[in-house]
Ligand binder design. Structure first.
Ligand code: MC0
Ligand code: CO
Length: 149
């Protein structure tokens, strides 16, 4: 397991890059729109992890609602796992409240599922399994935007 990324809700990725890219000096490696989650994402590696900037595609999306209720800020922590189905089954058996009982498609073709904050000490936790080479090469799962650089 690892911290795959930290999700930060922002009103505008472009504005947020003034800090994370221009001032702090992180490198923007990937941008993509994930329609299934209603977000545009920008990935900036930091050490062995990444910062994921999340800009909502509209107000009635998870990140859009989060920003209108609380303003921007830390939205979720993403834990990388090798077998997301097995992890979900283990959590479910222990009565942990899951938002997604089956994985969905996340950024970069990953399989993702969210655990409800009421079962995690108030933090929205995303589980993510990296795609296999086979999945990566399938055109249906290709990122919708071109890489940033
Ligand atoms: C692209 C992908 C990727 O990385 O690959 C992504 O990250 S996509 C990232 C965007 N996608 C997602 O977030 C999908 C999963 N999220 C969701 O399904 C939703 O946002 C929920 C987390 C269920 C919240 O739903 P909704 O806004 O309708 O409910 P709500 O505002 O009434 O919130 C219910 C309770 O959860 C709390 N709550 C809501 N959002 C929270 C957050 N981000 N972190 C911590 N707590 C949170 C509220 O304060 C409230 O607590 P109280 O009950 O105590 O008042
Ligand atoms: Co995420």
């Amino acid at each position: 397991m690892n911290v795959d990324h930290l999700g930060i809700a922002v009103e505008s990725i472009e504005k947020a890059l003034d800090f994370y890219q221009a001032a702090l000096g992180l490198t923007l490696t990937h941008t993509e729109t994930v329609n299934e989650q209603g977000v545009r994402v920008a990935m900036l590696p930091i050490g062995e992890s990444r910062i994921e900037l999340l800009e909502p595609t509209g107000p009635e999306t998870p990140v859009g609602k989060f920003i209108s209720k609380r303003g921007g800020g830390i939205h979720h922590i993403c834990v990388g796992v090798d077998d997301i189905e097995a992890t979900l089954a283990r959590l479910k058996a222990q009565g942990i409240p899951l938002i997604d009982e089956t994985p969905r498609l996340g950024a970069e073709g990953c399989l993702v599922a969210f655990v409800h904050p009421k079962g995690t000490g108030g933090v929205l936790v995303e589980l993510s399994q990296k795609p296999t080479q086979t999945i990566l090469s399938a055109s249906v799962l290709s990122p919708t935007d071109a890489p940033a650089d």
